[in-house]
Design a protein around this ligand. Structure first.
Ligand SMILES: [Zn+2]
Ligand SMILES: [Zn+2]
Length: 251
């Protein structure tokens, strides 16, 4: 299976990156809806799309307002947006307030609790999603997605720690997509803002015994010209890559 990186930064877009959004084209599953979501139209292969929100901060939801161009204003049977009830409420009340957005879109909104079924892949296997809480201002959820023979986890935004409860939830996945907003050495800022430093993320990947780590949600200013140096992180967890917009990753 494949995951396409539609947006790999946080906070605001940069010349090199849009904000958080990923798509698994073969099953029409989208993870987060940041500004990278404008690219979704190029990767649609299914009639229906299920969009799962980690939380409702703007860098993860602002792309929902771009869907009208792709699906029209009335796509109740094609687009379902899943999230925790308070995050769905924030999106429908604030993001789609008439003063901010002219047309209330006809999409389905569904509350996400614990676990749900995911569409069948091209091998004909139905998948499952399990969600779990993450420490972040206002709260966020991590996600574990599994089809027989394929597993991945998506963890953003949170402060990585090997003692965090979510480490057990992501254990052994084929692919861990984890935020690392900051390089090593920004621990105080990471804790204050509810984000992660690269060295701690590598420690989490090792502790959770995942097979591969893809780092995302990198700070747009700190990666304005150059990507983070992965040399030290690779000494902790060798199979690590930094996500770039439009990367296609197999799992
Ligand atoms: Zn974010
Ligand atoms: Zn956030």
């Amino acid at each position: 299976m494949q995951v396409v990186c539609l947006g790999t930064t946080g906070f605001h877009p940069s010349a090199r990156r849009q904000t958080a959004a990923f798509v698994l084209p073969e099953v029409g599953v989208v993870l987060d809806a940041g500004t990278g979501l404008f690219r979704l139209a190029d990767y649609l292969t299914t009639p229906r799309v299920d969009i799962f929100l980690s939380h409702a901060h703007l860098d993860h939801v602002s792309g929902l307002t771009y869907l009208v161009e792709t699906f029209g204003v009335d796509a109740y049977d094609r687009v379902t947006i899943h999230g925790e009830p308070d995050k769905i409420e924030a999106v429908t009340t604030h993001l789609f307030a008439p003063h901010l957005f002219p047309v209330a879109p006809g999409y389905r909104f569904e509350s996400l609790h614990g676990a749900c079924e995911l569409p069948a892949n091209t091998e004909g296997d139905v998948g499952t999603m399990k969600v779990f809480p993450l420490e972040h201002p206002g709260g966020a959820i991590g996600m574990r997605l599994e089809w027989p023979g394929h597993s991945m986890a998506y963890v953003t935004d949170t402060t990585a720690s090997t003692s965090a409860a979510y480490v057990d939830q992501i254990r052994g996945v084929d692919l861990l997509v984890h935020e690392a907003t900051f390089p090593a050495g920004h621990d105080d800022l990471a804790k204050l803002t509810g984000h992660s430093c690269l060295d701690q993320v590598a420690e989490v990947a090792r502790a959770a015994e995942v097979k591969r780590l893809l780092v995302t949600h990198v700070d747009p200013l700190l990666t304005k010209d150059y990507d983070f140096d992965l040399t030290d992180a690779r000494k902790v967890f060798a199979n690590i890559e930094l996500a770039r917009d439009l990367d296609v990753v197999e799992f």
